[in-house]
Design a binder for this molecule. Structure first.
Ligand SMILES: Cc1cc2nc3c(=O)[nH]c(=O)nc-3n(C[C@H](O)[C@H](O)[C@H](O)COP(=O)(O)OP(=O)(O)OC[C@H]3O[C@@H](n4cnc5c(N)ncnc54)[C@H](O)[C@@H]3O)c2cc1C
Length: 395
C-alpha cells in the first residue's frame, strides 16, 4: 500500500458523545489515539484544526537519539528507537529509519568535561556513545573542518526518520481500529461540568466526553487556558532548510550543541538542517521564514563543513517548538481538573519521544503500570521546585 493510501479520510460527522477527545492531530495525538485503540478503547475522537502534518510533526528534522543527559530520557529513547525499528512491521508503513548515528561536536574543554559525564551515564544505561578525538571524528565525517571542534561524542545507534509516514501510519492504523479523526476542525471552547465530564466545542459542533487529552503542541497553553489552566510552556519559532540533492556522503546527523546547529543528509541526498535563532516569544505561534536564519545557518554550517559553500538552498520553512522551562515534557492530569490530561512541552524532541510516551500514556489510561515519566513530568514540578534540567537540548 502506498503512503498516500495510508492517509485516512477525515471523519465527516462529529459525534455528540465520546469517551476521549484528543486535541491535536500531530504525532502525539495520533500516537496516543492508536495506542488507546490498540488496547481496546473505543469512542476516541482526534480533533485537528488543519491537516495532519500541519504542526511541528510535519515540519521537523526527524532526528532520533539516545544521547541525553538524564537517565529518564536515555531510557525512554532506547525504548522509542526500538519502537521505530518495529514501526514498519507493526503499522505496515516504511518510516525510513536510518541509524547513521549522531555526532555532537564539542567546542571547548569545559563542554568536554560536561559531555564526559553524560557519556558515562549513557554507557551505564547501555548506550555505546564514545568520546572521539577530532582525528577519530574525521574518520566518520572527513569533510568536517578539523579546527572547528576539540572533541566529539558519537553514538552509532542514533538516527533519522522520515516524519510524515509516522503520522500516516498512526492515523491509518488508528482509523482501522475505530478512531475518528476530524481534520479542519478547531476546538474553540472546553467546559468542565464536573470531574470527568466535559463539553468540547469545535467549529463543527460540540462533543460531551469523559476525558480530554491536550496534544496541541505549541498551541497547548491556549487549549489549557480554555479551562482556566496556565501552562509554563511557550511557542518558539524554529527554522530549518533543505538544499539541493548531493551524492550520499554523510552518514550521521552532525550537531553543535553550543550553537544549536544540526544537519543530516536525507535519503534523497538533500542536506536538511536548522539552527536556533532568537525570536520574540510573545506567546503566539509564528511560522514565517527569515533571511536572518539563512545568514546564521550558512555561517555556522560552513564553519563546520566548508565544502558545502557552493550548495544551493532549495527550501526553508519554520515550525513551532513547544518550549517547557526545563526541557522536559508536561504530562498527566493537573490536580485542578480531573479528566483533563496534558501531553505537551516537548521542545525540539517530541517527535522522537512520541512513540514511547504514547505507549506509556495509553497503558496508564487503561489502568496499566504508571511509568516514572508521569511523576517526573507533572505540571506541579514547576511550583514545588522538583524539576531537573535536561541539558542536551538542541535549541
Ligand atoms: C523545525 C523543527 C525541527 C524539529 N526537529 C526535531 C527532531 O529532529 N526530532 C524530534 O524528535 N523532534 C523535532 N522537532 C520537535 C517535534 O517536531 C515536536 O516536538 C513534535 O512534532 C510535537 O508533536 P505534537 O503532536 O505534540 O505537536 P504538533 O505536531 O504541533 O501537533 C499539534 C497539533 O494541534 C493542532 N491544534 C492546535 N490548536 C488546535 C485547536 N484549537 N483545535 C484543533 N487542533 C489544534 C495543530 O494544528 C497541530 O497539528 C522539531 C520541530 C521543529 C519545528
Amino acid at each position: 500500500m502506498s503512503a498516500k493510501e495510508k492517509m485516512p479520510a477525515s471523519a465527516d460527522r462529529l459525534a455528540t458523545e465520546a469517551e476521549t477527545v484528543i486535541v491535536g492531530g500531530g504525532i502525539m495525538g495520533l500516537g496516543i489515539a492508536y495506542e488507546l485503540a490498540k488496547r481496546g478503547r473505543s469512542d476516541i475522537h482526534v480533533i485537528e484544526q488543519e491537516y495532519l502534518t500541519s504542526g511541528a510533526s510535519g515540519r521537523n528534522g526527524g532526528g532520533v537519539r539516545m544521547q541525553w543527559s538524564t537517565e529518564l530520557n536515555i531510557r525512554l529513547m532506547q525504548e522509542s528507537i526500538e519502537i521505530c525499528r518495529n514501526f514498519a512491521s507493526e503499522l505496515g508503513i516504511n518510516v525510513w529509519l536510518r541509524q547513521g548515528g549522531y555526532l555532537f561536536l564539542i567546542r571547548s574543554q569545559e563542554e568536554l568535561g560536561r559531555m564526559e559525564q553524560t557519556v558515562a551515564l549513557q554507557n551505564r544505561c547501555g548506550v555505546p556513545t564514545r568520546i572521539l578525538t577530532p582525528q577519530e571524528a574525521l574518520r566518520i565525517v572527513p569533510e568536517l573542518h578539523p579546527k572547528g571542534f576539540v572533541a566529539a561524542c558519537y553514538n552509532p545507534r542514533d538516527g533519522v526518520v522520515f516524519p510524515w509516514p509516522f503520522l500516516w501510519g498512526y492515523a491509518h492504523a488508528a482509523s482501522e481500529l475505530g478512531v475518528h479523526i476530524h481534520t479542519y476542525t478547531k476546538v474553540t471552547a472546553i467546559e468542565a461540568r464536573g470531574p470527568h465530564s466535559f463539553v468540547v466545542t469545535t467549529s463543527k459542533g460540540a462533543i460531551r466526553c469523559e476525558r480530554v487529552i491536550n496534544c496541541a503542541g505549541a498551541w497547548s497553553p491556549a487549549i489549557a487556558k480554555l479551562l482556566g489552566i496556565e501552562l509554563p510552556n511557550h511557542p518558539h519559532r524554529h527554522e530549518i532548510l533543505a538544499t539541493e540533492s548531493l551524492k550520499p556522503f554523510l552518514n550521521p546527523l552532525v550537531s553543535v550543541l553550543s550553537s544549536g546547529l544540526y544537519f543530516s543528509q536525507s535519503m534523497r541526498g538533500e542536506i536538511v538542517g536548522g539552527i536556533t535563532v532568537p525570536d520574540v516569544d510573545d506567546g503566539q505561534v509564528h511560522l514565517g521564514s527569515r533571511l536572518r536564519f539563512l545568514e546564521m545557518m550558512s555561517a555556522e554550517l560552513l564553519s563546520v563543513m566548508p565544502c558545502l559553500s557552493q550548495v544551493r538552498v532549495l527550501r526553508q520553512w519554520a515550525g513551532p517548538y513547544d518550549v517547557s522551562p526545563d526541557g522536559l515534557p508536561i504530562l498527566g492530569e493537573p490536580d485542578a481538573v480531573p479528566g483533563f490530561y496534558l501531553a505537551c512541552g516537548f521542545v525540539g524532541h517530541g517527535f522522537m519521544m512520541a512513540p514511547v510516551i504514547a505507549r506509556h500514556y495509553a497503558e496508564l489510561l487503561c489502568g496499566g503500570p504508571r511509568h516514572p515519566v508521569f511523576d517526573r513530568c507533572r505540571l506541579s514540578r514547576f511550583q514545588n521546585g522538583t524539576s531537573e534540567k535536561e541539558v542536551m537540548i538542541i535549541g
